[in-house]
Design a protein around this ligand. Sequence first.
Ligand code: COA
Length: 502
Amino acid sequence: MTSRIACPTLAARVTTAEQAATHIRPGMTVGMSGFTGAGYPKQVPQALAARIGAAHERGERFGIRMLTGASTAPELDGVLARTGGIDFRLPYQSDPELRERINRGEIDYMDIHLGHVAQYARSGFFGRIDVAVVEVTAILPDGRLVPSTSVGNNATWLELADTVILEVNAEQPAGLEGMHDIHSCAAPPHRAPLPLVEPGQRIGEATLRVDPARVVAVVETRGPDRLSPFAPPDETSRRIAGHLVEFFRHEVARGRLPTNLLPLQSGVGNIANAVLDGLREGGFEQMTAYTEVIQDAMLGLVRDGLITIASATALSLSPDGVADFVKHIDAYRHRIVLRPQEISNHAELIRRLGCIALNGMVEADIYGNVNSTHVAGTRIINGIGGSGDFARNGHLACFLTPSTAKGGAISAIVPMVSHVDHTEHDVSVVVTEQGLADLRGLSPRQRAHAIIEHCAHPDFRPMLQDYVDRAWVHSKALHTPHLLPEALSWHQRFLDTGSMRA
Ligand code: COA
């Protein structure tokens, strides 16, 4: 029995990853841990991929339906996608191998709000969950589980799955114990109000529970999370942050935001990370965060005391970020709470706390509809993640992007988005390095003026202005004027020529 597995019953189930993987059979639905490259199982998926590969070589069909918290890593999504072992996958993903196969039509992928997954699973919308494979930090003497660097949907998989495989990762810091707050929601109509009124409040237990009788294998592992470095803040992200700082100061001056703002949600990716870092310039203090992912910039704000408490469901750190986290874990434990994604992304709580949602996007159209996921309407990048949970329910929904992509060939402001993740009704503010469009209280035509004037790149502004000028005259109706044959012509031009420029 190792020091990380203190429960004799579960210590007796310790086995190899290869043996554990034999519990996963073709056609099964498997709930895996993992959220934004943190806390995913490191060995069983690789053993499963070998098993699937061997079956394929024998000419046998072997695919699984795989549900996770969010994106994982090459050792999970990558290796299973490469072997052709994933028939169906949800929710958010970001692995290049998996993304390619989804876009080749080989894997069915369901992009779904992260806050919906647990409820839908519990309601049986995804069918039976056959197996849960969950990474934990340690197993306590009474069988309770110390969660890892992400919580995600783990409580739900452990509750619903017929059989459970645990990976106990000795690389994850033991000091994580006490940082989590696990609370499960009942299914409607038995659901009660969530008694959380401040980001740092704890409403559940610090550990996960599992019925030991359903645990068929425990695998000891030692390995780091995905740990991708972030792009350093550049001039573009500094300018986006600068516009936001000015906007927040204005809102504070008008009495529409308190001086420490409202709980921040910051999305995934380089832009969101760099922009959060740029908020330092605002001089705001005593801020809080109610978000889903803690990236390096947010950890830095917590370390420096500018954010007093951060609630999330996962860490998503660079190697430097992890080193800092581990070094100061005793201090972070009092300032970070990791919760199930059902709670971190819960509509009731986001609405009550009044989160300020700051998310990256692919493109916005002149009316403020936002595409967060698809290039030219058909090629998925990652997925909607939690951006919709926070945009729909937050106090302010801010979407951020450089005004152009691919070296200036693509305008991030287009006549009509080629895919809609967030409708105009859920978008309050659009920000590019060019400026900020405050869309609150504006009609569609007013929104178009604000977005073109403040957010579009000067190279594309005349083309957008020309589009609206003609649409204002020729559109059949003038509430939301469009020239339908032209509305998506920018994307078609990009596909045909590699550029949206006329
Ligand atoms: N057209 C085509 N490609 C575009 C584009 C556009 N309008 N805008 C961005 N891209 C591409 C970039 O070129 C880049 O591609 P590359 O990796 O091949 O260079 C990629 O998208 C990422 O863009 P980047 O500018 O580096 O921004 P990012 O890392 O901040 O990511 C999103 C931006 C939209 C992909 C990211 O924010 C995302 O996945 N959002 C959806 C999920 C979400 O919001 N979650 C929040 C809560 S978890």
